[in-house]
Design a protein around this ligand. Sequence first.
Ligand SMILES: Cc1cc2nc3c(=O)[nH]c(=O)nc-3n(C[C@H](O)[C@H](O)[C@H](O)COP(=O)(O)OP(=O)(O)OC[C@H]3O[C@@H](n4cnc5c(N)ncnc54)[C@H](O)[C@@H]3O)c2cc1C
Length: 387
Amino acid sequence: MTFDLTPEQDQLRDAVRALGRRYGHGYFVEKAKAGEHTTELWAEAGRLGYLGVNIPTEYGGGGGGITDLAIVCEELAAAGCPLLLLVVSPAIAATVLNRHGTEEQRKRHLPGLADGSQKIVFAITEPEAGSNFHRLGTVARRDGDGWLLNGRKCYISGVDEAGHVLVVARTEDSSTGKLKPALFLVPTDAAGLTRSKLDMEIVSPENQFLLYLDDVRVPADALVGESLDAGLPALFAGLNPERITVAAMGAGTGRYAIERASEYTATRTVWGGRSIGSHQGVSHPLAHAAVQVELARLMIQKAATLYDAGRDLEAGVAGNMAKYAAGEAAALAVDTAVQVLGGAGMTTEYGVATLLGAVRAGRIAPVSREMILNFVAQHVLGQDKSY
Ligand SMILES: Cc1cc2nc3c(=O)[nH]c(=O)nc-3n(C[C@H](O)[C@H](O)[C@H](O)COP(=O)(O)OP(=O)(O)OC[C@H]3O[C@@H](n4cnc5c(N)ncnc54)[C@H](O)[C@@H]3O)c2cc1C
């Protein structure tokens, strides 16, 4: 067992950290408040190869794994730039296409995802289905040699920045007559696809949308994979990378908050000459949060290592646990940081309260803490399913 990264991964960590710090949380917040995107940071990360670290070299990527992409997610977040679209585009979309797309789809989309010139977002959540993906109501019907999609999706991140949406729909299986899931690459400017931006209480340069699909016609090659049988495995292929990278983003955000808070409490004095950090009522909550973040990082490393070793089932358990742990640790770290900074904690300048919405959302999305507990109860503890 080793807890060390490879020398290349150490270099990647240092380089991404340097890039993130050059932009910093001030840049992230400024973009969010101006209603703009972190276009410059995304483009530079793409040029430097960080967005495509997990994409095979033959498609313009770095040929690494989810461990490498988790490093990118964590270090940018630790610099105050938690980019949710890293989880959606390189983690989910690139993995799904790489593992289950056709060769033509890989050639067409992966190079753009690797260099950051293209983003593909992911749409599964629906207003009526929520956490229950068995209730998905978006349907794809054969229409000549193509497909006709109808349905509604909600909370879909980054549609305004992406060229395509990876839409999870249901199709009719001709042999059984049953509906089964399939993924479609739908251009964001497709006729019949409309969107409305949701007002979210999250300080983020990335937006969420309601999507309406009204007779959206896509060609046959929009279906991900060679046949409808690719649907379910393609859908599952995105889950582990999603859990692991969103966990890494949470751990990075937790580190960022604890670092900001520790700098402050080590130098702030209001009782004689002693720093407020010398009071254990201040330092212990921070130390407790640091322990939780570090434990989450350990689980992320385990999950990413298992995933990169091709041990998908074990990575599923570890990835869910890592996501749960990191979501809780990030929320705790940011809340604690706000508290120990006192009034400064609520200012924009000190840059911690700006993360409250994001870390709160991290306990709900992309999979809620309750659904992870359900997963662990059933698959690890052998409990009956209640729903
Ligand atoms: C910032 C943000 C970005 C997002 N981006 C995307 C995106 O890009 N693409 C996308 O497809 N979706 C996205 N989502 C949606 C997200 O995945 C869902 O919000 C999440 O899966 C929960 O679904 P829901 O909101 O419908 O909650 P519901 O399913 O309505 O659940 C409500 C509450 O009930 C709990 N609950 C539900 N069922 C059970 C049960 N069986 N046992 C115990 N508790 C249960 C849930 O945990 C939750 O706390 C995003 C959401 C947010 C907040």
